[in-house]
Write a protein that binds this ligand. Sequence first.
Ligand SMILES: [Zn+2]
Length: 466
Amino acid sequence: MSPAFLGRATDLLRAAALRWGSLRRAERASRGEILALQRARLARLLEHAARRSPFYVRRWGGKVPAAEDLGSLEPISKRELLGEGLEEALTDRSLTREKLRGYLGLPGRHPYVVLATSGTTGEPAIVPYSRREWIEGLACSMRGQARHSPGLLGLLKVGGRMASVATQNPIHASTQLARSFELVPGQRLAVPAGELRGESLRRLEAFGPAMLAGYPSAMDALARETLEGRLRIGPRVVLTGGETVSPALRERVRAAWGAEVFDCYGLTETLVIAWECREHRGLHIDEDAVVLEPVDEEDRPVAPGERGSAVLVTNLFNGTLPVIRYRVGDMLGVSDEPCPCGLPFARIVSIEGRREEVLELRGADGALVAVSPTVVETPLEVLDGVRRFQLHAAEGVLTVVVAPRGGSAEGREHRERLGRAVEEAVARALAPHGVAAGSARVEVSETLEDERGATDKRRRVLRDAR
Ligand SMILES: [Zn+2]
């Protein structure tokens, strides 16, 4: 048995113990008990951050805020926390950004799991979890996934063959989470979201997944392939995340496979922390692991159920990097009206503008097709010669601006070659999604406009290649 296998098995066993212990009790608790548990964990987090993190010591003037006063703490931007503030915010003072970057995407078992967020601040931001914190994230995923595949078999995910269609970049949270559940060889198939054609579809067909997981746009592409007779699979459950799920997608998935869609919500800064139940009345929030506060443009709380223009996120289980009232641009509404399923957790009842902005591109049939940026990002992130790139969709046409490695020293011929390679990679990635040829153009430029202000959606997608 390989050390990697033993490491994964150990993590999963510890996560399972947590999932069937305190996380199970929380599921059966009353609403009042959940709120009390949340408040107690919040108090511990605030004290830990106020004593151990110089970033929070400075912001809070050396005081320990009370859990009841969370709403009076000043919200924190991504740039403040994960940009210049990162090293100051870490509670283990022996950690540095350089040291953490060394763990990024590294396979095997290490003291820290380090993930990269989408690089909307211009530089790739990293989020570390200690091994114990990561295991709590895994336990939340186990509990959430049991909502659509309950029982003991669902526990370790060995009951069903699962195909995940997403980015396969190891620095992303979704890839790391999916890999953590890979215990039985051959039970999982990973299909890059940018390769939904020929060979990949045949592999998917031969695999015969009981469960499909991925971006809604990728699920939509596969449902269309099935309805048009080019793909024969029959998943019972479709798990989505990362983009808004439309009623049309649910309809198409039902028509193609007779399957139900279960959506989930997560961030690199929290892992996956909200899950749809069988009632399909929104996504139950893991309130024993996070606090979500939907707010308006001035960071004031919105009325229950009403959609905010941003959400302030507090992660209750990451003590390594305390994330407290951290502003995320997702527009969501939260309701604590009881759900017929009986879970005590409040629900995300409406959501728009997920972190991963969908690109609307002109399809071969003239209509607009929604494509996840990841479809284009994944091949570009690994293309030689690309330093950074930016995506911008307008009027059905995608513009890809690429900054070459080596800058202007490389000369015109090199830039032209790079431009052609990017064009080919982008066209290959988009074709299986039904995007019309010529719906993407490529520019090679030494410098990309940095994204200032997260509200400028036109320049939302900016990525650094590895
Ligand atoms: Zn429910």
